[in-house]
Design a protein around this ligand. Structure first.
Ligand SMILES: Cc1ncc(COP(=O)(O)O)c(C=O)c1O
Length: 430
């Protein structure tokens, strides 16, 4: 056995990279698809990234429209059928006798789900709270931190609006001070980004808010490097990981952050309205929950789950989404998504009037790509792409960012992107 193959087999025999076909395929796909996919089990992530036959089979696990091409998976992603079925099954069961089946049956599996999420995140299960979306996770932290008038928070103008608005509300009500920095992306220099954060830190800075992947253009920020600067100054680190969890192949424990919030309905393809909050063990006590429970200063992560009644069907079906994710494998997924972004970008980047705003390098970008067309507004471009080619993308005007975001997912094929390339070429000829 050669070295590469041995390493690959070692990797896939670990839980996170394993291609465990049976649990997913027995319930979701035919034996035909199973045997087809088994053919690729020994392939490396790099080789598989461009193998359209494999990814076409992955697509069969979804129920996506075959007429329009959905390239806005950054907003929310469709779930594979196995996840949709689980939501329906749990919902039907709940409706037999809601308080019995939700609170006495389904809720018992909450700890199993917490462990699965923790394993995927590479942290302890007593650091994971299950909630409904990234906004809820991050606003729990933003409103839960003990800050005083004059304390400073460093964030960027390119952060997500809900996050910025939450901080602005705290500034308005309590007199904390927001120090905004701004970037012109793409930037392919970690030091340049880190330095800009470090330059904004003062002796009054208590928190730094870092968006792991900027949702508008897909730029990856060097969280570790920024966190290292923050640590030296006792600054707490919040990471908005809405776009990186189950997209990039990493563990939250790699990041050296105190808090991490993410959606699960984006790149994990979990049911709509699912999210997760990580709070470092020794930070739980001092963080107030957004929805108060009996022990707001307790040390149990579950204090962040006092939401009242919510959909247990949605929560429980996150488990099927995690199984599906493992079935593909984190590394394979990241490499495929990166391949797809570069596939279309490389074919349009030299066209007249087209400008790309996302790095082609894996340290600085992955699935999300952003481009603009000289002489056309973002809305015009995305409308024309839909009208003439049935491509669903999103036109963005935010701060210094004006253009079109393109976000494929694992069910997207090179053929889908060929349609996009054709559409952009037609646009610039107009
Ligand atoms: C960077 C970023 N943070 C937070 C959010 C909020 O996510 P959710 O809709 O799950 O609350 C988004 C949503 O697009 C986002 O892009």
């Amino acid at each position: 056995m050669n070295d590469n193959r041995r390493k690959f087999l070692q990797k896939i025999s670990g839980a996170a990279g394993a291609i465990t076909f049976a649990p997913f395929l027995n319930t979701a796909c035919s034996k035909k698809i199973q045997s087809k996919i088994s053919e690729y089990k020994d392939w490396s992530a790099d080789d598989l990234a461009s193998n359209e036959e494999f990814w076409y089979q992955v697509k069969q696990a979804y129920t996506v429209s075959t007429n329009m091409v959905n390239l806005n998976n950054g907003g929310v992603s469709p779930s594979p059928k196995v996840v949709q079925d689980a939501v329906e099954r749990y919902n039907r069961l709940s409706n037999e006798a809601p308080s019995y089946y939700m609170w006495r049956v389904l809720d018992r599996n909450r700890e199993g789900l917490r462990s699965k999420l923790a394993e995927l995140a590479g942290v302890s299960s007593d650091e994971i709270a299950i909630n409904r979306n990234a906004s809820e996770a991050l606003e729990t932290v933003i409103f839960g931190l003990r800050l005083n008038r004059g304390d400073e928070v460093v964030l960027t103008k390119q952060d997500y609006p809900n996050v910025i608005n939450a901080w602005k509300q705290r500034a308005l009500r309590e007199g904390i001070v927001l120090k905004f920095i701004s970037f012109d992306f793409p930037i392919e220099n970690k030091q340049e980004i880190t330095q800009k954060f470090a330059d904004a830190f003062t002796s009054n800075t208590k928190v730094v808010n870092i968006t792991h992947m900027i949702n508008w253009v897909g730029q990856i920020l060097p969280v570790n490097e920024i966190a290292a600067e923050a640590r030296q100054r006792n600054i707490e680190v919040i990471v908005d990981g809405a776009h990186t969890f189950a997209h990039l192949d990493f563990k939250i424990s790699d990041l050296d952050c105190d808090y991490f919030g993410t959606s699960l309905h984006k790149w994990l393809c979990a049911p709509f309205g699912s999210g997760m909050l990580y709070v470092k063990k020794d930070k739980i006590k001092n963080l107030f929950p957004l929805f108060a429970g009996e022990e707001p200063e307790g040390e149990d992560i579950k204090k962040f789950e006092s939401l009242g009644t919510r959909s247990f069907a949605i929560e429980q079906a996150v488990g099927q989404a995690i199984d599906f994710h493992h079935w593909i494998g984190s590394e394979r997924k990241q490499k495929r998504l990166h391949y797809l972004k570069n596939y279309w970008m490389e074919k349009v980047m030299n066209l007249p009037k087209v400008k790309i705003h996302t790095s082609l390098k894996p340290e600085f970008g992955c699935a999300i790509g952003f481009f603009s067309v000289e002489g056309k507004t973002p809305a015009e471009v995305s409308n024309i792409l839909f009208r003439d080619h049935q491509i669903h993308s999103v036109g963005i005007n935010w701060e210094n960012i004006h253009g079109i975001r393109v976000a494929p997912n694992v069910y997207s094929t090179a053929k889908d992107l060929d349609r996009l390339i054709l559409g952009i070429k037609a646009l610039v000829k107009e």
